[in-house]
Ligand binder design. Structure first.
Ligand code: UD1
Length: 448
């Protein structure tokens, strides 16, 4: 059993993005479009693709570097260089030269981030030599048209090569395709570039197979599945569609949202049932949220694990490396980074907690700051279980506050504090009676 190989075409220039970044590295829901394509191929069918043949242009090293950086199974990824962009058929040729022993292949594009694994699985599982992915868009525009003979496709005609009758057909080619090894061996060499665009068209495999008496078949997709991104506007549209999909998945799984359209999620977001997300919550990559937790409005999360029955926000910013324990509370205008916040701890107002370990039931008063950076290095602040940090304190790291210790308000602490101690670092107040009155009088004379 050799499974199927996925050929991912990504050699196109993507000039309409007007970006220094290669098109397939632009992100949708926090992951490059190519990452979505590779993940869909990997999770298509029971076992996913056994080989990912990635077609890039020679100058797209950044694309190859990205694919290499992914945690793919050993020897699964094969780079295939297409020297010149001579068309989708030529790109598949570059890949097939490097294919393993699989008998089934799917061809897909690196810039269709909404393509679902279920659809690819249908192409991979098809028994026909050439399986077309058709769709019915609202506006058939310049898509290739699928010509049917009875139940089976007999040809795909590119829009630029099509006559008026063919252009009037509403069944369009979605781009992806399922192919047998036999079809690739027999028909790839027969592709010609004698057409309106002077390109080797992959879709010509359909008429070559049909005319040869080989089996062709049609699998239908939703228009979103085949939506290619080739401009910033297209990227924004794909992002909106992906967000809608992610929101629906979490709503179906029991996550509450007062205004789903204002909540933004990432491809890898994990949220348990009975979490409530208030409006305008932005969840970047690497976030998991435990059951019963409330995320209040205008909260921004990235690289954060939040336990159960916690409360975050409104207006909180939790940055990478933050772990919030069960029942903990992070309030408004609090920023955290690389911080373990213990079970039941409270950081309720206007604080920066960075490079810190807070024990259970710690209370951080308003305006407390961990001074973690000396201009060169970051240092750790440790606060033991049940410690109480008075408002407006500065914890000058590295520093450790013992369990059950108390810091008086406005303390600036740079030396370790033992368990249960009280520290007060406020300067003794000095009062000068009548000073204000004299000061104003002195300055009033100057004005004249
Ligand atoms: C293609 C289909 C068209 C279909 C449409 C659906 C062909 C000839 N036409 O047109 O029937 O309706 O998709 O979106 O296949 N690529 C390479 N090397 C090349 C050329 C393209 O890797 O030499 C890659 C591109 O990076 C892109 C993909 O192939 O990801 C599709 O190429 P593109 O030229 O955009 O094809 P379409 O015009 O969309």
């Amino acid at each position: 059993m050799t499974g199927f190989a996925a050929i991912i075409l990504a050699a196109g220039k993507g000039t309409r993005m007007k970006s220094a970044l290669p098109k397939v590295l632009h992100e949708i829901a926090g992951r490059p479009m190519l990452g979505h394509a590779l993940a869909a191929a990997q999770s298509a069918g029971a076992a996913g693709a056994t080989q990912l043949l990635l077609v890039t242009a020679p100058d797209q090293q950044a694309v190859r570097d990205y694919a290499d950086s992914l945690d793919l199974p050993r020897n699964c990824l094969t780079h295939c260089l297409q020297q010149q962009q001579l068309g989708t058929g030529d790109a598949v040729r570059a890949a097939f030269d490097k294919a393993g022993k699989q008998n089934r292949f799917i061809v897909m594009f690196g810039d269709t981030p909404l393509m679902r694994a279920e659809v690819l699985a249908e192409l991979a599982n098809s028994k026909s030599d050439v399986t077309v992915l058709g769709f019915q868009p609202d506006n058939a525009a310049a898509y290739g048209r699928v010509v049917m003979q009875g139940d089976t496709p007999s040809a795909i005609i590119e829009y630029k090569d099509a006559d008026a009758d063919t252009r009037a057909l509403s069944l369009c080619n979605g781009g992806a395709m399922g192919l047998s090894r036999r079809a690739l061996e027999a028909y790839l060499p027969q592709l010609s570039n004698d057409n309106a665009q002077g390109e080797y068209y992959l879709p010509d495999m359909v008429s070559l197979a049909h005319d040869d008496g080989a089996a062709t078949a049609l699998v239908m997709a939703q228009p979103d599945d085949t939506m290619g991104v080739d401009s910033r506007a297209g990227q924004a549209k794909a992002e909106a569609l992906m967000q809608a999909r992610l929101r629906q998945k979490f709503l179906d799984d029991g996550v509450g949202m007062q205004d789903p359209d204002s909540v933004f999620l990432s491809f890898d977001t994990e949220i348990a049932a009975d979490v409530m997300l208030e409006p305008h919550v932005k969840i970047n990559v690497g976030v998991s949220i435990g059951t019963g937790t409330l995320i209040k409005a205008f909260t921004h999360l990235e690289g954060v694990r939040i336990g159960e029955n916690a409360q975050i926000g409104p207006y909180a910013r939790l940055r990478p490396g933050t772990n919030v324990g069960d029942e903990a509370k992070i309030g408004n205008f609090v920023e955290t980074k690389k911080a373990d916040i213990g079970k039941g701890a409270k950081v309720s107002h206007l604080s920066y907690i960075g490079d810190a370990e807070l024990g259970m039931e710690v209370n951080i008063g308003a305006g407390t700051i961990t001074c973690n950076y000396d201009g060169f290095n970051k240092h750790l602040t440790k606060i033991g279980d049940g410690a109480f940090i008075g408002s407006n304190s500065s914890l000058i790291a590295p520093v450790s506050i013992g369990k059950g210790a108390y810091l008086g308000s406005s303390s600036a602490v740079s030396k370790d504090v033992p368990d249960d101690a009280l520290v007060v670092t406020r300067a003794a107040p000095r009062q000068i009676a009548g000073w204000g009155k004299k000061f104003r009088a002195r300055n009033a004379k100057k004005d004249k």
